[in-house]
Design a protein around this ligand. Structure first.
Ligand code: ADP
Length: 645
């Protein structure tokens, strides 16, 4: 309106005597506050509306006093603009609050135009103040509402310039990107784009520049590096002049949607997978880090008893023997420690039969890559599908033998120390009392006896080792058993006497010839005599009876000792086996004597039998050797009877 009035009046003023006159005439008739000013900016006229509104008289408004009519907060910027316009002689347009006569204020649009004469010299300024208070207040309200809407929006709103810098963003946008609003206002859109998405982002930016609006799914890289999926509605940002100055986007958080989509897809996939896995005729399972089943396919459930609920949550040792279960668990642990798939031969008992499987085990990882369990699939070994109990027995025998060996080593150390202690004491005694003949003799006797024991022990050990390596050499002489027995008795006598046993030998008066190694046979008989002496309480009875049979000769050694429980009768011939290593404290022993005895007897093509009526009932060991002459005939003669000493 002011503009139209101005242009009409401009032509009138050019022809008038006082160029401002036509303006003033009209100014009184319009509803706006109208004023004119000299070219230097001083006000020289204000219309009636001005006087009514401001309460200032025409006089009071003249010069620069009009500025008092401006709201104090707007005064400086207004004066600034006015002096610039005056200096540069250019039109001015501004919005300001003006004080009314009653002290209230309203918004006005102030417009001023310089008026020039024919020679283009400034004549005066023509100015209007249009009341825009209602309009402006409405506008403000709308702006505030918009602001509130933008702030309360569930979606992110983001305005960016052509270079990607943030022009405006709401709190929700900042929230989705994981930063503060202040931070976001400082940042560039490219700070939130994944490397892989850069090309696509540039394409979108080009389309915005060419005026295209579109909707698409977009993921932002949050400041913590995680993805934020959004549905983007993006449009070009256009300024008042119709130029594209950037882009504005509204971004809807898709996290929940995607999660739902993903979890629905996941459930379908999982079901499909379970169906497939259920059809596999092999155990497929998963366990947590505590070894509890968290998954079991139909086949696996079947071999574990058939009830899924009982399998899930249980550990393998709930279903199978602990040695086998331990082996499975230890393989699981190796996979967890290694962090990659491994395969193992595993023994799995099914319906009382042990089957061998190759199990491929893989660590299970969560979304962050942490291992939380083990997944496994076992395939039967075609060539050895059924591994019978024998493998198990062998395995357990091996572990038993190993255990016995360990015990043996401990015992051996102990047994070697026993004779060494008196020998050391003997050496000390010899140092101190070497000139006392009585002490000297006794000490030498003790040392002699103990060192013999040591030698026997070491000899036995060497023999065991020879047997183990198959390196025992036997002489093949024709020998008289009576001589053998004689030597054995001589060797064992100290032990028998020491225990105060009544010892008797019954030997027939006939040739007792066998083929073999006399030293080894002495060892056999003497070992049995020693055992009889050791395992019979003091003052017992020990008999050695030779019983010729048609083709063989039996030598029975009978005692009235502690006897042998039935379940141990076969086992005592095994290496390192003792019925109870604490059963005798008087004598040493390593559990190798009877092994040697049996091996030597077998090497002579003979056999050894043991008989006992049980604990405390005495024992009889009988060695049967093939006789070398067939003319040995029954008939006995006591060669020796020895009463208690
Ligand atoms: P050691 O006597 O060194 O222990 P052996 O191999 O000679 O080893 O004997 C094995 C085990 O057999 C002995 O520990 C003992 O328990 C048992 N044994 C051997 N002979 C007799 C016996 N005459 N009476 C009772 N037990 C015996």
């Amino acid at each position: 309106m002011a503009k139209t009035v101005t242009s009409q009046l401009r032509s009138l003023s050019r022809s008038a005597a006082n160029p401002a006159e036509p303006f003033r005439l009209l100014a009184e008739s319009i509803p706006q506050l109208v004023w004119t000013a000299l070219p230097d900016g001083r006000l020289d006229y204000a219309n009636r509306r001005w006087i009514e509104y401001t309460g200032m008289t025409a006089e009071e408004s003249r010069g620069w006093s009009w500025k008092e009519a401006l709201h104090p907060d707007d005064r400086l910027p207004c004066l600034d603009q006015w002096t610039t316009a005056v200096d540069q002689l250019v039109a001015m347009k501004l919005e300001t609050r003006m004080l009314a006569a009653d002290g209230s204020s309203r918004w006005f649009l102030v417009q001023a135009e310089p008026i020039f004469d024919q020679e283009q010299r400034p004549i005066c300024w023509f100015g209007t103040c249009t009341d825009i208070h209602e309009q402006r207040t409405k506008q403000r309200l709308i702006e505030q509402r918009c602001q509130r809407l933008v702030e309360a929006a569930h979606d992110g709103i983001w305005e960016i310039g052509l270079d990607g810098s943030t022009l405006f963003a709401n709190k929700r946008m900042a929230e989705m990107l994981g930063c503060s609003l202040d931070d976001l206002l400082e940042r560039n859109v490219y700070d939130f784009i994944f490397e892989d998405d850069l090309d696509t982002a540039r394409e979108y930016s080009l389309r915005r520049r060419s005026g295209i609006s579109e909707t698409f799914e977009w993921r932002w890289r949050r400041v913590d590096g995680r993805e934020q999926w959004t549905l983007a509605a993006s449009s070009p940002l256009v300024d008042g002049a119709g130029h594209i100055t950037g882009a504005v986007g509204v971004f809807t958080d898709l996290t929940d949607h995607r999660r739902k989509d993903v979890s629905a897809a996941e459930t379908t996939r999982q079901r499909l997978l379970e169906d497939v896995v259920d059809t596999v005729e092999a155990p497929v399972f998963a366990k947590d880090l505590q070894g509890r089943y968290i998954f079991s396919n139909r086949y696996h459930t079947k071999i574990r008893g058939g009830v899924q609920n009982e399998v899930l949550g249980a550990r393998p040792d709930h279903f199978i023997a602990s040695e086998l279960a331990d082996a499975l668990s230890s393989n699981d642990r190796r996979v967890v420690e290694a962090g990659h798939s491994m395969s193992f031969r595993e023994l799995v008992p099914i319906d009382g039969q042990v089957h061998e499987y190759i199990s491929l085990k893989t660590p299970l990882r969560d979304a962050d890559g942490r291992i939380h369990g083990v997944f496994g699939i076992s395939t039967p070994q075609p060539e050895t599908t059924r591994v019978n109990e024998q493998i198990l027995t062998t395995l357990s025998d091996l572990s038993l033998a190993n255990q016995r060996k360990d015990e043996f080593l401990a015992m051996l150390a102990h047994e070697l120390r026993n004779p060494l202690a008196p020998i050391r004491t003997g050496i000390e005694l010899l140092r101190i009392a070497a000139d006392d003949p009585a002490v000297l003799q006794e000490t030498i006797d003790v040392m002699d006896q103990q060192s013999r024991q040591l030698v026997t022990l070491v000899d036995d050990l060497l023999d065991v080792s020879r047997i183990a390596r198959g390196k025992i050499d036997l002489r093949q002489d024709l020998i008289d058993l009576a001589d053998v027995i004689d030597q054995a008795v001589t060797s064992s006598r100290p032990l028998l006497d020491d225990a105060n046993h009544e010892f008797r030998v019954e030997i027939p008066d006939c040739p007792l010839q066998v083929q073999g190694d006399s030293r080894r046979l002495v060892q056999v008989i003497s070992n049995l005599l020693n055992n009889a002496a050791k395992y019979t309480p003091r003052g017992g009875k020990v008999d050695l009876i030779v019983q010729p049979e048609p083709n063989r000769i039996g030598i029975a050694i009978r005692d009235t000792g502690i006897g042998i429980p039935e379940h141990m009768r076969e086992r005592i011939f095994e290496l390192f086996t003792q019925v109870d290593e604490r059963q005798h404290d008087r004598y040493s022993g390593l559990g190798i004597g009877l092994t040697l005895v049996r091996t030597l007897v077998h090497l002579h093509d003979g056999e050894i039998q043991v008989h006992s009526d049980g604990q405390g009932q005495g024992s009889t060991f009988t060695v049967l050797l093939p006789s070398a002459s067939s003319n040995s005939s029954p008939g006995t003669a006591a060669v020796e009877n020895r009463a208690r000493q």
